[in-house]
Write a protein of this length. Structure first.
Length: 453
């Protein structure tokens, strides 16, 4: 702390000298005070504050934007930190954006930019991966697995793809991909959709849940996009009259009442959250004999060891009584979702936590808002998140079975038996382990769809 004060004093003195004799100290201090404050906080609360202590920023670096200054600090620690971030009140953006989806101002869908899959042209198209509830995209009729081939009569390019994320209303040319008996891909039809202007779209933490009947076995499915207890209110004027925590409790109560004995947890879109919500979800799905045991532990720097916590699996919730669990992962899966996966695998054994999908991002640390000054919210990495045995030395989590959904012709709606990853999980529940590509046609009859919420 004394080092920071001394360094700032020297910094201000140099500025006075460089101002040709004119005392402009207060002007420069005002322009750099946010970054001076960030440095002070980082040296105290940052997980790797000890390695940052030897770094002395140049006086010019204090004039950088807050995000750029933070990036400068984190890059000097010798750690791979892509998780720390700042938010500035005057900038409206989604710090946890997934692909092309930013819920602060959006049309409300995520997509993949690719070359014409029919091979007939070299033009670019957009394959729609997710359409978020209540969004302009959903209201326009856009669906998962649609292909957008042009907008407002303009062709799709990598240079103008940002115009498909937000802005004024867009007219979309949408097509569907099919394959003939000879294995040749072709466009089956063309539709024009008109979207309203982009807007705030609430990124529902639990947008899809369903209960399926699989040969007499009740299988529960839950998609989680973020492990938060309350909806975000930033810039929306909305109130948190219904919490995500309550919604989770209601879903799990229904699962239990319906006699669910197998469960598929879809975390492919879950890229942030909190420890308490990860604990809550884990307490519902962990094998009941482990209730009361340690779920996670945190490890902060030496300045804040007294703030370390240990959370146990909550015995007060309506545990589903499962003996095994299936989890769908993807390239967006990170943070709280990974803490949950890592701890469940430690507790129940990796053989009882079957992962399907793609490798996760590898965030074994927790970020936390540690202060707010000068219109800047600072969220540095503050702790390692370990399992019950104290292991936090984990990175990207590799699935038991790697499946890349974009390699399949049909994706299917989330929570339905036609969705390729859920279908594969159902096959594993049935004890079928052969290549799912041989069974795609069977998927329509492999399970009877129950309630889809």
């Amino acid at each position: 702390m004394n080092k920071v004060i001394a360094y700032i004093g020297i910094f201000l003195s140099l500025l006075t000298i460089y101002s040709c004799g004119e005392d402009r100290t207060y002007e420069y201090e005002e322009k750099t005070q946010h970054n001076q404050w960030m440095l002070e906080v980082m040296l105290d609360q940052y997980l790797w504050a000890d390695t940052l202590a030897s770094y002395e920023p140049t006086w010019k670096s204090f004039f950088a934007k807050p995000s750029e200054f933070l990036s400068t600090l984190t890059s000097k620690t010798g750690q791979s930190d892509s998780w720390s971030y700042v938010e500035v009140d005057t900038i409206a953006s989604d710090s946890h954006e997934r692909g092309y989806f930013n819920h602060i101002n959006t049309y409300g869908y995520d997509f993949k930019l690719m070359t014409d899959p029919t091979g007939q042209t070299t033009k670019s198209v957009l394959r729609v991966l997710t359409v978020y509830p209540g969004s302009p995209a959903e209201q326009a009729g856009l669906k998962r697995n649609d292909y957008i081939c042009s907008y407002d009569s303009y062709k799709i390019t990598s240079n103008n793809v940002s115009k498909l994320q937000k802005g004024v209303a867009r007219s979309l040319e949408v097509r569907h991909l099919e394959v003939d008996d000879e294995g040749v891909f072709y466009w089956s039809d063309t539709t024009t959709l008109s979207m309203s202007a982009s807007t705030y779209v609430e990124d529902d933490a639990f947008p899809v849940s369903s209960i399926l009947d699989v040969e007499g076995v009740r299988v529960g499915y839950l998609m989680c996009t973020r492990l938060l207890a309350y909806p975000e209110e930033k810039g929306t004027g909305r109130t948190s009259d219904t919490t995500y925590r309550d919604k989770l409790d209601q879903i799990m109560q229904k699962m239990k009442q319906s006699g669910v004995t197998e469960f598929v947890l879809d975390l492919r879109l879950c890229n942030y959250g909190t420890l308490d919500m990860a604990q809550r979800l884990a307490s519902y799905v962990v094998a009941p004999q482990y209730l009361g045991e340690t779920f996670v532990k945190t490890y902060r720097n030496e300045n804040h060891t007294s703030e370390n916590i240990t959370l146990s699996y909550d015995t007060s919730l309506g545990n589903l009584g499962l003996s095994r669990l299936y989890i769908i992962t993807g390239s967006y899966t990170q943070g709280a979702a990974e803490w949950l996966i890592h701890s469940l695998q430690h507790t129940m054994g990796a053989e009882n936590v079957y992962l399907l999908g793609e490798a996760t991002q590898g965030q074994n640390v927790m970020t936390e808002e540690v202060g707010y000054q000068y219109y800047v919210h600072l969220y540095p990495v503050v702790a390692y998140v370990a399992d019950g045995n104290g292991d936090y030395d984990y990175g990207s989590i590799t699935p038991t079975e790697t499946l890349k959904e974009l390699e399949y012709l049909y994706l299917g709606g989330y929570g339905t038996v036609n969705e390729i990853l859920l279908y594969t999980a159902i096959q594993r529940i049935r004890g079928i382990g052969q290549d799912v590509s041989e069974n795609e046609e069977e998927s329509d009859n492999s399970a009877e769809e129950g309630s889809v919420e």
